[in-house]
Design a protein around this ligand. Structure first.
Ligand SMILES: Nc1ncnc2c1ncn2[C@@H]1O[C@H](COP(=O)(O)OP(=O)(O)OP(=O)(O)O)[C@@H](O)[C@H]1O
Ligand SMILES: [Mg+2]
Length: 464
């Protein structure tokens, strides 16, 4: 990479002398005749290092330095100073200059200085890249998942997080929407600023309004002092509005205004407050359906949903289950001071067969209770909550490996009959055989008596 240097000096000889010398060192050099021209050129954003005289007509070197260090603090500025004004140069260094040179400039010295400054800048850039990469890794470590749908979620987060766009996170309860909101904030330039969360469904309308926008003293009974709202507290940061589908029309209008104008007033207040907030909202409701029903404003929906991140339900990404189990086992084994080696085959099958309506939250709770319940180092199906244990029996037939075809048939008939609560004609339908055939097979099986295959009245419901 060829570095581009900006040389700013009102003295032509110096300007051109420096340029020639630096070009011989292999840099690309652009020059400017004074501070104003220099600043304009710098504004293009492609300069790696600035060398500037301090005293110039128009914008001074000090002012140029101030612009560069505030707008682009990573870029080194070397200041040039005439004889007898070294104090100014020292002051410039205090204000962020990389170093200074006195005129007449020693070109060897300049060459060394520029080289070191640029090396340092490169290192700093690399360091920052690594830090950003690390931050990203860390954020995504808290959201476990390697399935294709989750990788798409991570991808959208990475692309949307650095922007200011409003994000709507959708998905069923317990899929991890709040974790996604945390990741968005953590990967945004606002990460050092507050992430404020408001659980909209948990608050009554009047309280929610003052929570969001704040209130002035005496604006309603109980408003004994002025209070700043979450929009003020989240200034320069991120505001996470959870369960946005629950807010009523009045607050919807106010939200819309903040999103459009970045301004609002406290309840009972006259003063208009400006705010710089990045909004992230989440809902497990179908907002489009709510719009249809007239419960949610369409204009607000579009403002919130600039970027949509849909977190799919766990049953659609069962590939993530093993990793999630491993992480939760580790967490809860440590918390409960137990040594847990893992989950045995049967329990694993039950977990896999279940469709997890409560999503990751339910899986997490399930693993926690299993860790608490289990006596041994391996979690078995008996340690799982009954709904999940049963979930495995319902809708599934398990045939042990090594079974003969005859044994397998027996199990299939037995379980189908059991699922049909003993009704043989329905079982025959499900199995795709005639009722007589079923009767015959049952009679052939040594254990047919278990099913009440006692004759000809297969049309009746037979309770087992
Ligand atoms: N991918 C994941 N990796 C690790 N933990 C997860 C993951 N997804 C969810 N969790 C955990 O599951 C629980 C529920 O997650 P979260 O609160 O983010 O869900 P939600 O989508 O906001 O649910 P709700 O709509 O009910 O508010 C939390 O304990 C969270 O840490
Ligand atoms: Mg949530």
């Amino acid at each position: 990479m060829k570095f581009r240097l900006l040389v700013v000096d009102d003295e032509k000889n110096i300007r051109e002398g420096l340029a020639v010398s630096l070009e011989m060192d292999g840099y690309e050099v652009v020059t400017a005749v004074d501070g104003d021209v220099g600043l304009k050129r710098f504004g293009k954003g492609d300069i790696d290092l600035v060398i500037t005289d301090l005293r110039m007509p128009g914008l001074s070197g000090e002012e140029l330095l101030r612009h560069v260090t505030t707008e682009n603090p990573g870029i080194p500025v070397i200041v040039l100073t005439g004889h007898g004004t070294v104090e100014n140069a020292v002051e410039a260094m205090r204000r962020g200059a990389w170093d200074f040179l006195t005129k007449p400039v020693n070109l060897d010295h300049l060459s060394q200085l520029v080289k070191r400054a640029l090396q340092n800048r490169e290192l700093a850039l690399k360091h920052r890249e690594l830090e950003e990469e690390l931050a990203q890794k860390k954020q995504f470590e808290t959201i476990i998942g390697t399935s294709a749908p989750m990788r798409r979620v991570f991808d959208t987060i990475s692309r949307a997080a650095p922007t200011k766009a409003s994000i709507l996170i959708t998905g069923e309860s317990g899929v991890g929407k709040e974790l996604v909101a945390d990741a968005i904030h953590g990967l945004s330039p606002r990460k050092g600023k507050p992430l404020i969360k408001v659980h909209c469904a948990a608050l009554a309308e009047s309280i929610l309004e003052s929570e969001l926008f704040g209130h002035e003293k005496g604006s309603f009974t109980g408003a004994v002092s002025r209070r700043r709202g979450r929009f003020e507290l989240a200034n320069e940061g991120t505001l996470f509005l959870d369960e946005i589908g629950e807010i009523d029309q009045n607050i919807q209008i106010k939200l819309l205004r903040v999103l459009q104008e970045k301004k609002f007033e406290r309840l009972g207040g006259e003063e208009t407050i400006e705010t710089d907030v990045r909004l992230v909202a989440a809902t497990n409701k179908d907002l489009k359906a709510e719009i249809e029903k007239g419960n949610f404003r369409e204009d607000l929906y579009f403002r919130l949903n600039v970027v949509n991140i849909h977190v799919p339900p766990l049953r659609e990404r069962k590939d993530d289950i093993p990793l999630l189990i491993a992480a939760f086992l580790k967490e809860f084994a440590r918390e409960n001071n137990k040594t847990i080696e893992g989950v045995n085959e049967k329990a694993r099958a039950a977990i896999y067969a279940y469709d997890w309506p409560g999503n990751v939250r339910e899986l997490r709770n399930c693993v926690e209770s299993a860790v608490v319940m289990t006596p041994g180092p391996l979690i078995g199906p008996e340690d799982l909550p009954p709904t999940i244990r049963r979930g495995n029996d319902e809708g599934w037939i398990r045939i042990p490996l090594g079974s003969t075809l005859e044994e397998a048939e027996k199990i299939i008939i037995r379980d189908t009959l059991s699922a049909q609560r003993g009704n043989k004609s329905r079982a025959a339908d499900v199995l795709g055989i005639g009722r007589k055939t079923l009767h015959r097979k049952l009679a052939d099986h040594a254990d047919h008596a278990d099913y009440g295959a006692d004759g000809d009245d297969g049309y009746e419901e037979e309770e087992l």
